[in-house]
Design a protein around this ligand. Sequence first.
Ligand SMILES: [Zn+2]
Length: 252
Amino acid sequence: MIAAALLALHLCAAADAQSRGRGRSDNEVATPLIMTPLPPRRPADLTASKAKPAKTPPAPTAPDGPMGPPACFATFFKRGGIALPVAPESGDGACEITDPVTFRAISMPGGAKVELDSAITVTCAFAVELLDWVRDDLPGIISRENGTLSRLIGVGGHACRPRNGVPGAQISEHATGNALDLGALRLADGRTLTLVGTDAATRTLREALKTSSCARFRTVLGPGSDDSHKDHLHLDMRQRPRDYKICQWHVD
Ligand SMILES: [Zn+2]
């Protein structure tokens, strides 16, 4: 909403400046009503130089995504976030998202892109945490599988609902755009690494993913935590007293 207000101010200022510019131009070409001696003609090149319209910077709109305050948006882009050219849904009431950002791809340090299998809308602050995890932590873990990450599978972001979809339960972190669900990782060579199951071949990988996700996020719920998370990973940044964190993922 702040970015939209700033954009409106920017556009108003630009329109005002244009209006002032037009005013000067009109005065120059208006025919005098009172016949008085005309001043010496201005040199043609000077007139042309004065008449040249001032360069107006392009309006900060999509596809560059959200702009302006807070500084988080600048960090989002700097950390590889690629916002979709849509106005993110900010929700309302208990499901309002602070500084929402909608994206479906992440630019990796080497220039490659990691795509999400569907676009998500989350708070900018949460998006930055997610970008850091994907860019800083995952490549090293996945390189042990002799692969590179290409896609996040089974992702879910904003969802206006109570926890685990249970009526009457406390509002979910998904409702405020502070959480991500993740089902699997796709590698560039086509392999899909699921985060569930008992495959001995991926146990070390899943252990490493648990360690890194629990270090990065404030809540990690995976297989073994409850029935709602037996087939996917839930990550969020819920603040609790005394900075208490939850890491519940039983790796079989
Ligand atoms: Zn979840």
